[in-house]
Every structure is written in C-alpha cells, then in structure tokens.
Design a protein around this ligand. Sequence first.
Ligand SMILES: NC(=O)c1ccc[n+]([C@@H]2O[C@H](COP(=O)([O-])OP(=O)(O)OC[C@H]3O[C@@H](n4cnc5c(N)ncnc54)[C@H](OP(=O)(O)O)[C@@H]3O)[C@@H](O)[C@H]2O)c1
Length: 347
Amino acid sequence: MVNLIRSVNYSHHYAAMAATFCPSLPQHFKPSPIIKFPRSSFSFKVFSSQSSADETPTRVGFLGLGIMGSPMALNLIKAGCDVTVWNRTKSKCDPLIDLGAKYKPSPAEVAASCDVTFAMLADPESALVVACGEDGAASGMSPGKGYVDVSTVDGPTSKLISGQIKETGALFLEAPVSGSKKPAEDGQLIFLTAGDISLYEKVASYLDIMGKSRFYLGDVGNGAAMKLVVNMIMGSMMTSFAEGLLLSEKVGLDPSVVVEVISQGAISAPMFSLKGPSMVQSKYPTAFPLKHQQKDMRLALSLAESVSQSTPIAAAANELYKVAKSHGLSDSDFSAVIEALKVKSKD
Ligand SMILES: NC(=O)c1ccc[n+]([C@@H]2O[C@H](COP(=O)([O-])OP(=O)(O)OC[C@H]3O[C@@H](n4cnc5c(N)ncnc54)[C@H](OP(=O)(O)O)[C@@H]3O)[C@@H](O)[C@H]2O)c1
C-alpha cells in the first residue's frame, strides 16, 4: 500500500505572512499534524473531454498576467469567454483589454464581478497577498463563486488561501500547471488540480481551453506536491545536462553533437532538445525564469524535509540555482544555471 504523507511545516516566515495578509487567522497559526492517505482515498483521474456547458460559470476573472498568465488569459478570450483581468503592473492588461477583456482595478473587484477567478502569481508570497491581502480576491468572494489558483506554491500556502476563500462560502481549487511559455500559448498545459471537486467539474471546460490534460488529485496540497516533485526532477535534470555540456567542451567534444546524441537515446527529453542548442550558444531566452525554478527547488526541499526524505541531488542543484541568482541571472531562463558552473570553473 502506498501512502501519501504530508506534513504542514509552517515556517515563521509564512506565519508572519499569514498574520499580515489574513488577519482573521489565529495569531499563532499552528502546524497541522501529519496526515496520511491510504491509496484508496487518494484518487486521481485524467480527463480530456469537455464538461457539461450548463454547469460552466460564465464570467471569468484572471489575476496575474506574466509569462504564463497572459497567454492563458488570451486563450480564454480567443475562445469567446467573458474575461476580466487584473495585474499588479497595469500595462500588461492593455493588450488583453484591446482584444476584448474587461478590466477591474483590484483582485477583489475582479472576484466580485466574476463567477470564477483564476490566479497565476509568481510565488507563495504574491499568491497569498493577491488572494488574501487588502483588496485581495477573498474580499470579493461569496457563495456560488470559485477561486482557482494555478500558481506554483507550497501546500501550506495553498491550504491557507483555500481556508480564506472557503470562509467566504466560495469554492477553491489549486491547479498548478506543468508546461512552459509555449504550451501556455498553444493551450497545451497539464493541470494538477486538488480541492473542491464540484469547482473542478465547473471549470473543466476552461481548463480544456488552456490545457491538454488535467489530473484531479484529491485534497488541497496534493496538486502543489505533485508540481513540486515534477519541478524538482526538472531542476536536477537541467543542472546535470549543464555539467555534461561543459565537460564535453572541456574534453574537446562538440556540445552541439552531445545534444544531438542525447536526443536519439533513452535519456532524450524535449527539454534538452529545446534548450540545448541555445545553451551551447550561451543564450537563455526566458520561458521559465531561473528565480522561479530556484523557488520551486526551495519549496520541494522543504516538502522533502517535512517528511525526512533525503534529496541530495536536488539540494546540490539548488545551490547552483542560488549561485546563478547571485550572478544576476534571476530573470534569465532557468537554463542559464549553466553559467553558475562556468563561473565555478574559473575560480
Ligand atoms: N514560466 C513557466 O515556464 C512556468 C511554467 C509552469 C509554472 N510556472 C509558475 O507559474 C507562476 C507564474 O510564472 P510566470 O513565468 O508567469 O512568472 P512571471 O512572468 O514572473 O509573472 C509573475 C506574475 O506575478 C505577479 N506578481 C509578482 N509579485 C507580485 C506581488 N507581490 N503582488 C501582485 N502580483 C505579483 C507579476 O505581476 P507584475 O507583472 O506586476 O510583475 C506577474 O503577473 C509561477 O508560480 C511559476 O513558478 C511557470
């Protein structure tokens, strides 16, 4: 029998955020005990069909129009949905407004004017402030509405947001995505959802506009955990790939040929074929910002820590992302982590 073991490991940092952004929480927010799920109650389902149209909410809000949020909202608009947008930097709303989106000046007003509101924010801090801060989405929520957070955050943050949204009588779904800028543009994302299944069913047709598949993973926190496991593996793969490219060059091989050889063998991966050629040219056009990959490594390591799982490869990879950040590469693509190894080898 396989158990999914989660523990809510609330750091002082999150406790402070919780007190600031969600003042209705008890001052001393206590960690929950470890929860174990027997496999029988840990279900996942993959769907590719459309949900029934009469269940589908009609007015859709979208908060956060960065690399991922903009093309996702754009796909909803292109599909004819009634979309209302908000972004901290208002100028990023303008291209979507030109294409027919409505605009509201705060997350609360978006949530109040929509049946369901999606949020695609950078990290736990921004997801929390947009959902639960002053003029946050929770202030505009009420029974009959739904909040779908598609940002990559940790389980404790997701549970905190869920609690605040559900206190208003609204429903909550966490739905981080696997896939990057191009899959977002092409409506080919993979949604890793957990939370209120009735909301999952209501928004299924929207998920199908923005993505190619969707998993329902049970209780809030399971979607976040799934996303962090996937990105932890991806982050380690990228650092290993970077080491291999640099080693090949040092011993006189052509790294472009290494990329080609890898693409034909058992360790081939779309990521290597996509990023390899530009990495060889020391170019890192941003699809997935390095700062977000390091955030995901940090959150994955914290998840591993909470269940005492050893993750030495991910821990080593995380150090390289931190070095890359310290060299000003936060906003470059995460493949720029190779530069951290170049700097190291010059020492
Ligand atoms: N890019 C990818 O390949 C990819 C793939 C899968 C998942 N993800 C995850 O998806 C999320 C978004 O990624 P992205 O690549 O779209 O990132 P991004 O381009 O950096 O966009 C981040 C968004 O968060 C907003 N934001 C940041 N701090 C904020 C704050 N304090 N208050 C309000 N809004 C704030 C930004 O607003 P401004 O415009 O005002 O800065 C922007 O809308 C992240 O959790 C990331 O890990 C990314």
